[in-house]
Write a protein that binds this ligand. Structure first.
Ligand code: PLP
Length: 365
């Protein structure tokens, strides 16, 4: 059986450090806030190359907090890609704003040009999603934001460690959000998230939003919420962070193996681009035979995933949105995409087996 994700195998490789870190939190019994959270925030900010890191409860809250702190007028529109996890668009609604969907390109990242004709003064920001671990085309997006006076936020939940022109993503917009959901490239032992920014005022405001609008223990400047990264998660993340680049290198090796081995098949393979260092959170291929290929691989003991089977505008949750998106690439490609297993739990023998089976399916050598 080849698993899509194997968190236990990763734990076994760092067990003694993780166990010691968890025991240390229990011994000190500082569960909310405290030194371990501060330490991880500092380490993650340094890793990304951002001035501030604010630990929050999860990656969805992170987006909502960024939007709340941005203080746009009520009813403002925020652009999000039509292919993402619902968290991206959900945060827009929950922060009190309206969703404006943009299509994605054939690399599955946002195509800002697709909604150029819908721009007006009610549109205030773009949330670009570095989907599957591939950085968006930041030059193009920054130029678009500049032309239309838009704020830019990065949903980097799938892309810890990815780089654009040699620069880690997470510093291109005015703020970037990360998820440490266990299955992410850098995952906690539960929910967790973070926001990075270089903006001192925004950082302060977002930290207050995440902690009841506090200026002092029982002094609150405004109503915020409770969305904090807890010390157990921070301690686990501090142990894992130094391993991240090694894990990403392993993902890169597997991705390159797939790209080579599968080049003779009819599969549409992920686009690679010298300016964009992939974090390979997911390895997504495309075929009209998606359903039968998925079934065949399951029979061979190979787990696969679909990210995502229903494009955001087509979800029941969004039937009230009148924007025309039927012709979006995102709204048609959702029936063709398939995520192959990728991660440091896989051996080259595993990946060789997967490639052999895919080639067998398509009848190619
Ligand atoms: C995982 C994910 C989120 C949400 O993160 P949670 O920590 O699960 O709330 C947001 N956006 C994207 C693109 C994600 O993949």
């Amino acid at each position: 059986m080849i698993k899509f994700l194997d968190l236990y195998s990763q734990y076994q490789t760092i067990k003694s450090q993780i166990d010691a870190a968890i025991e240390d939190v229990i011994v000190h019994s500082a569960y909310i806030g405290g030194e371990r959270v501060k330490k991880f925030e500092k380490e993650f900010a340094a890793y990304i190359g951002a001035k501030h890191c604010i630990g929050v409860a999860n990656g969805t809250d992170a987006i909502e907090i960024v939007l709340k702190a941005a203080d746009f007028p009520k009813g403002s529109k925020i652009i999000v890609p039509a292919n993402s996890f619902i968290a991206t668009s959900e945060a827009v609604t929950n922060a009190g704003f309206e969703i404006l969907f943009a299509d994605v390109k054939d690399d599955y990242t946002i195509d800002v040009k697709s909604i150029e004709h819908l721009m007006d003064e009610t549109v205030k920001a773009v949330i670009c999603v570095h989907l599957y671990g591939l950085p968006c085309n930041m030059d193009e997006i920054l130029k678009f934001c500049d032309n239309h006076s838009l704020a830019l936020f990065e949903d980097s939940s799938q892309a810890h460690g990815a780089e654009y022109n040699g620069q880690k993503i997470g510093i291109f917009g005015s703020a970037a959000t990360f998820s440490f959901y266990p299955g992410k490239n850098l995952g906690a032992f539960g929910d967790g998230g973070a926001i990075t920014t270089d903006d001192d005022d925004l950082a302060k405001k977002m930290r207050m939003h995440a902690n009841h609008g506090r200026i002092d223990k029982y002094d609150h400047e405004f109503e915020g919420r409770n969305s904090r990264l807890d010390a157990l998660q921070a301690a686990v993340l501090s142990v894992k962070l130094p391993y991240l680049d090694g894990w990403l290198a392993k993902r890169d090796t597997i991705a390159n193996f797939y790209l080579n081995e599968l080049s003779a098949t009819p599969l549409v393979l992920p686009k690679i681009d010298g300016n964009r260092k992939q974090a390979w959170h997911l390895f997504v291929v495309r075929t009209e035979k998606r359903e039968t290929l998925k079934e065949f691989l399951t029979e061979q003991g190979i787990e696969t995933g679909i990210h995502y089977p229903i494009a955001l505008p087509k979800l029941k949750a969004y039937t009230h949105i009148t924007q025309k998106t039927k012709n979006f690439f995102a709204c048609n490609v959702d029936r063709e995409i398939l995520s192959l297993p990728i991660g440091e739990h896989l051996s080259i023998a595993d990946v060789t087996f997967i490639c052999e089976k895919i080639k067998q399916f398509f009848g190619v050598q």
